[in-house]
Structure formats: structure tokens, C-alpha cells
Ligand binder design. Structure first.
Ligand SMILES: Cc1cc2nc3c(=O)[nH]c(=O)nc-3n(C[C@H](O)[C@H](O)[C@H](O)COP(=O)(O)OP(=O)(O)OC[C@H]3O[C@@H](n4cnc5c(N)ncnc54)[C@H](O)[C@@H]3O)c2cc1C
Length: 382
């Protein structure tokens, strides 16, 4: 077993770290406070080739492996989760279904714009009545072949909590829809399609500089060829997409937990109480030591899931284990970091305050903890 990164992995990790520290850290508090989508940051990530890391160069991607991608997401989340989730949702959820299941014509049309970061892809699975129970999709798409030439899908329904769906550079949302009795398929719905309305952004607990919106489809029409992949395989395709997404969400959790530890350690060495730095108190040291050990274990589990994916092995179990382990850790680590900061941890000028708010969604999005437990139990044969 080799725990060393390759030179390429090392390089991309350093690139992401330098970018996060140099370009994201100075504005992270501001974009969170202003709830402003950081277009300039996304444009720079695109220029650096980081908006399509695991995709082949023929489609404008970086041609790197899943571990490289996880390393980048981790380093971004170590500084700011809004930027990290924008890149991660775009790469794993928005772009992946198109790359994995799309036709060559669909890939040629969309992939170069997506991998360059000129357009963002969104993934529309969740509905008001279909979250964990993703198969309960109510959105319908009916094929209308009454006109001349090819048919059109006519879409009616609603999606909820969709990341990257309503920015100025959002290109499309790939959705699940009922295309027949008990038949769920995926469709690509470009932004600007008449009858497709993107709602106002949610007021969220965290991830404030990321874009999350409700979507409404009212007789929205897209060409028949906007079917993504095989008709009737939509839920299966999206669940496979989520397996991969869980690796990047795990990387986010490791990143935010590490960022919380970084800040807590720095603060503990500066802050004095009873005539000493608080880092000299055993009660503080045990918190820091426990977090360090937990983070390293969680990191290794996340990297293992990425390596399994790259090896072409079934990584569903490891990705679910990693998501369960890391999400909980992110919540705990950020809480401990706030505790170590005392009252200052409750004040927004300190990054741990934002980290604490940003962490909670990591036990919910891309499958709740309870869903991960179901996936793991199923894999165990329970
Ligand atoms: C900021 C944000 C961004 C998001 N981005 C996207 C996106 O880009 N695309 C997208 O499609 N979705 C997105 N989501 C949706 C997210 O994936 C869902 O919120 C999540 O899957 C949970 O679904 P739900 O909210 O409907 O909760 P529910 O499914 O209603 O769950 C409520 C509670 O019941 C529990 N529960 C449900 N079923 C069971 C069961 N069988 N056994 C035990 N417990 C159970 C759950 O674990 C949870 O605790 C996003 C959500 C947020 C908040």
C-alpha cells in the first residue's frame, strides 16, 4: 500500500492550496456576509483548469484522477466551503452525468464550456416530495410528437435545493422526470428554456456564497434529443452519480475539519489565560490531538474511495462510509474549534464561526447520514 501522492497529485494539491490561501481566503468572510456568488473566483478556477479536473483533455478537462480532484476540493473547503461546493457540485453532479451517460453530440456541445468553467452544470434530483426517497419523483415529461420533425419533451413539476442552477453562468440542469408509468429518465434542460423558471435563492444557514434555488417547470419544452442516457434508467444513473458525489462531499468535510483545526491551533497558541497560552492546557491539547487523529483517519477513508473509483472497482460502500464518517467529523471539529475560540468563536470575523455554520449540511446533502447507514447496511448484507 502506497500512501505517497504522485508528483502530479502533489502539484495539483499545492496549486489548490496556494489558490485557496491567496485568492479565496481574503474574500471568504465578505462573500459569505454579502451572500455573493464569487464569479471572479470561478473564472480563475476555470483558467487554472480546475473546473473539469477528472475529465479527459479531449473535452477540455485536466485529465487527472479522482484523488487529484478530491485533493483540490479538500484544499478549497479548508478555506471556504461555498467555493468548494460550487466546484464540487459542478464537477461531480452537474458535469458527471453528461460525461458518463451523454451522447457524443451532447458532450461536444456542453463539455468544453463546463470544463472551462464558462458554464455551470446543475443536478436536479430533489423535489418537495422526493429527497431521501428520490424515486418518488413527481416531475413529469411527456413526449410530444405531434409537430413536424423530432418530438419534444414537455416538462411539468418542481425541483428543490438545486445547487448552481441560477447563476449568470448556469448552463443547464439535468433532471429526473417520470417519462412513463414508473419510468424515470434524465433530461437536460438548458437555462432560458421557456416554461423553466429558476426561483429566488434560499436563505441558508451556511454555504452563503453558493447558489441554491427551487426550480419550476410549467410546460417547459426541450428537444427529444435532450434525453440523457437510456430512457427509464434515470434514477439508476443519478444514484451512480451520487456515489461519486459522495467522494467530493467527503473531501469537503475533511477540508473544513482541517481548516477548523488549523484555526483552533493558531488561536490556542495566541490566546492567553491564567498567564499562559491556552494551548498549554491539557483540556485544549486533547481536543486538538483527538481532532488531528480523527481527521487523518477520515482523510484516508476518503482517499481510499477515490482510489477505488479510479481503479474501476465498486466504491459505493467506501464512499458511503467516508461520507458518514467525515460529515459527522466536520460538525464535531467545527464545534470544537468554536469552543477553543471561546466567545470569539461566536463572532463572524473568526473563520471558525463560518465553518461551524457551513459544516451541518455535510450530514444532510448528497444523502443524509441515515441514507448512508442504509447504503452501508445493505452492502454488509444486513
Ligand atoms: C444547500 C443544499 C444544496 C443542495 N443541493 C442539491 C442539488 O444540487 N441537487 C439535488 O438534487 N439536491 C440537492 N440538495 C438536496 C439534498 O440532497 C436533500 O435535502 C437531502 O437528500 C435530504 O432530502 P430531504 O431534504 O427531502 O429530507 P428527507 O428525505 O425528507 O429526510 C428528512 C429526515 O428523515 C430521514 N429519513 C428519510 N427517510 C428515511 C429512512 N428510510 N430511514 C431513516 N431515516 C429516514 C432523513 O435522514 C432526514 O433525517 C441540496 C440541499 C441543500 C440544503
Amino acid at each position: 500500500m502506497n500512501f505517497d501522492l504522485t508528483d502530479e497529485q502533489d502539484d495539483i494539491q499545492r496549486l489548490a492550496r496556494d489558490f485557496a490561501v491567496g485568492e479565496v481566503a481574503p474574500i471568504a468572510e465578505e462573500i459569505d456576509r454579502e451572500k455573493r456568488f464569487p464569479y471572479e473566483v470561478i473564472a480563475k478556477l476555470g483558467e487554472l483548469g480546475l473546473m473539469g479536473i477528472p475529465y479527459p483533455e479531449q473535452y477540455g478537462g485536466a485529465g487527472a484522477d479522482t484523488l487529484s480532484y478530491a485533493l483540490v476540493v479538500e484544499q478549497l473547503a479548508r478555506i471556504d466551503s461555498s467555493v468548494a461546493i460550487t466546484l464540487a457540485a459542478h464537477t461531480s453532479l452537474g458535469t458527471w452525468p453528461l460525461y458518463a451517460f451523454g451522447s457524443e453530440a451532447q458532450k461536444v456541445e456542453w463539455m468544453p464550456k463546463l470544463t472551462a468553467g464558462e458554464r455551470l452544470g446543475a443536478f436536479g434530483l430533489t423535489e418537495p416530495e422526493a429527497g431521501s426517497d428520490a424515486g418518488n419523483t413527481r416531475t413529469r415529461a411527456k413526449l410530444d410528437t405531434s409537430g413536424t420533425g423530432d418530438g419534444e419533451w414537455v416538462i411539468d413539476g418542481a425541483k428543490q435545493f438545486i445547487t448552481n442552477s441560477g447563476t449568470d453562468i448556469s448552463g443547464f440542469v439535468a433532471i429526473t422526470a417520470l417519462t412513463g408509468a414508473g419510468e424515470i429518465s434524465n433530461l437536460i434542460v438548458p437555462n432560458g428554456t421557456p416554461g423553466y423558471a429558476v426561483g429566488e435563492p434560499y436563505r441558508k444557514m451556511g454555504w452563503n456564497a453558493s447558489d441554491t434555488r427551487p426550480l419550476a417547470f410549467d410546460g417547459a419544452r426541450v428537444p427529444e434529443e435532450n434525453l440523457l442516457g437510456v430512457r427509464g434508467q434515470g434514477l439508476h444513473q443519478f444514484l451512480r452519480t451520487l456515489d461519486g458525489g459522495r467522494i467530493s462531499v467527503s473531501a469537503m468535510s475533511v477540508g473544513v475539519a482541517q481548516g477548523a483545526l488549523d484555526e483552533a491551533l493558531k488561536y490556542a497558541k495566541q490566546r492567553r489565560a491564567f498567564g499562559k497560552p491556552i494551548s498549554s492546557f491539557q483540556a485544549i491539547q486533547t481536543k486538538l490531538a483527538d481532532l488531528s487523529a480523527e481527521i487523518e483517519a477520515a482523510r484516508l477513508l476518503t482517499y481510499k474511495a477515490a482510489l477505488e473509483k479510479d481503479a474501476g472497482r465498486d466504491f459505493t460502500l467506501t464512499a458511503a462510509q467516508a461520507k458518514l464518517k467525515t460529515g459527522r467529523l466536520a460538525v464535531r471539529a467545527t464545534e470544537e474549534a468554536v469552543q477553543i475560540h471561546g466567545g470569539y468563536g461566536f463572532i463572524e470575523e473568526y473563520p471558525v464561526c463560518r465553518f461551524y455554520r457551513d459544516a451541518k449540511i455535510l450530514t444532510i446533502g448528497e444523502g443524509t447520514d441515515e441514507v448512508q447507514q442504509m447504503v452501508i447496511a445493505r452492502a454488509l448484507g444486513a
